[in-house]
Design a protein around this ligand. Sequence first.
Ligand code: HEC
Ligand code: HEC
Ligand code: HEC
Ligand code: HEC
Length: 443
Amino acid sequence: MHHTLIATLAAAVTALLAFGASAAATLPHYADDIHLGVASCAGSTCHGAVEPWKDSTVLQNEYITWTRRDKHAKAYEVLLNDRSKLIARNLGLPNAHTASICLDCHADNVAADKRSKQFQISDGVGCESCHGGAARWLGIHVAGQANHQANLGAGMYPTEDPIERARLCLSCHFGDDRKFVTHRIMGAGHPRMSFELDTFTSIQPAHYRVDADYAKRKKVASGVQTWAIGQAMALAQIMDSMVDPKRARDGIFPELVTFDCHACHHPMSNVRWQARASTGLGPGVVRLNDANAIMLQAITRRVAPELGQRLSQQMLALHAAVSQGRGSAPDTAKAVGEVARQLVTRFAGHNFSREDMQSMFTALLAQGRAGEFTDYSGAEQATMAMSALAASLRQAGAIDDRQLQAINAALAKCYDATKEDEKYRPQAFVEALAGVEAALPKL
Ligand code: HEC
Ligand code: HEC
Ligand code: HEC
Ligand code: HEC
């Protein structure tokens, strides 16, 4: 059989299964497909219309949305600014916009033999950085004969699948075994990174509409499922970095990027340490950034209590291995990563009910009262989580518009309390949480 036909059939079969049941797709950056460049998607009869088309299944103004409002379109330009010049100088690079170490995440930096004539690196994070090199699928796709499965079979990346989407976004928003922002790069001036799949999916200006027609063509994950899968995937990928000999260490130190930045970066006169039960650590210790694990505690309590228990124990073991030398950190990180991957599978097959969402929301608030958000990164994740949950509760009809507005008004105080990481005060956040608790209706 012809190999593309086999691929098409395989894609059709996996589509019948739950999210992620298929083998992981190869990321656009690493797959063999030729990348044609943004210009080949941007024609006015393709994706470059100024206004959305009425009778089309897709909006057709995707290019305009991306180029005018999406930061990915500016990701290459950023490499020419003063901050990038400073980073490059500090790292001893000739310049940022020609260095692979920067282009790998700030552009569609595929190998030279995978770039067509129209391809331009200056397009930044373009359509094919996420949707895959278009050489094989452009033809069937433009002829209008392709359904989504045929496109996937011809090398389109399954961005609608929350597991595959998480892997794609995290490959740049945290890094993977081929591209990674180390603490040295941060030290040279790169901004701190944080990511939450559902929130970042929402704040990337949408160039698509999830409506009835979309749902006929593609599986749709709810916001809360997207959030949950994103948390478990992020934890799994952080653990991968701690196991990877290339990324786990820097001299005699561990790679610091997986630690809580503010554990080190705050004035000594500000004595603010507080015990946190889920770490088991005392004062004066460099803590891992465990924000995703804290979120997973809130998610698993009702949805997967047994795996949640295992995760808590493994996390305590990991904190002990890293800070007290009790056990091997890489082995423990590997065990945490395995639990995280089981959680991904569990969440992908779970139908999150309004009772689940309610339980997760109250679990987050209880964590706040118990002092789990003394570290900035936890508070930052909790704020994004509560926004995602509030929106999902509304979508499920569990609360009405007025109730959603009241929750969002209270959440605005959480956003205020986490606006500037360097000025974070846990007490202000706990007070803001009390306001959210008051606004959350008892369902
Ligand atoms: C692993 C992927 C990755 C690598 C490698 C990387 N970056 Fe970034 N960079 C990002 C992401 C993602 C952001 C956006 C962070 C955010 O807003 O959450 C970013 C943000 C930035 C910003 C701030 C942009 C703004 O709009 O203010 C600058 C400047 C920057 N990067 C420069 C560089 C330079 C220079 C290099 C090479 C030394 C580099 N980056 C390497 C992923 C990466
Ligand atoms: C940062 C990643 C990213 C970039 C860059 C990006 N997209 Fe998307 N795109 C997505 C995601 C996520 C979705 C929603 C999930 C899905 O439907 O696959 C999507 C959906 C789409 C859809 C599907 C709409 C539907 O109703 O099925 C089209 C068409 C599309 N994008 C075109 C483009 C074009 C054209 C560009 C470049 C101008 C582009 N995208 C750039 C991530 C991206
Ligand atoms: C090829 C690397 C790459 C991939 C893949 C990628 N991003 Fe990004 N993303 C970046 C970079 C680099 C920036 C920073 C650009 C800038 O500041 O100009 C960024 C910025 C963003 C921002 C703006 C953040 C802010 O602070 O305003 C959002 C939102 C975002 N990405 C969401 C996503 C989502 C969702 C996905 C997955 C569907 C994704 N990204 C995939 C590299 C990537
Ligand atoms: C174990 C402690 C520790 C952790 C955790 C840590 N750093 Fe650092 N950081 C340092 C030290 C030490 C330096 C070097 C300070 C110097 O050169 O004076 C540094 C330097 C920096 C600098 C450059 C500051 C300067 O003076 O030029 C930046 C920016 C930075 N770190 C960001 C981060 C970010 C972002 C994180 C979290 C992802 C982080 N750090 C985590 C210890 C840490």
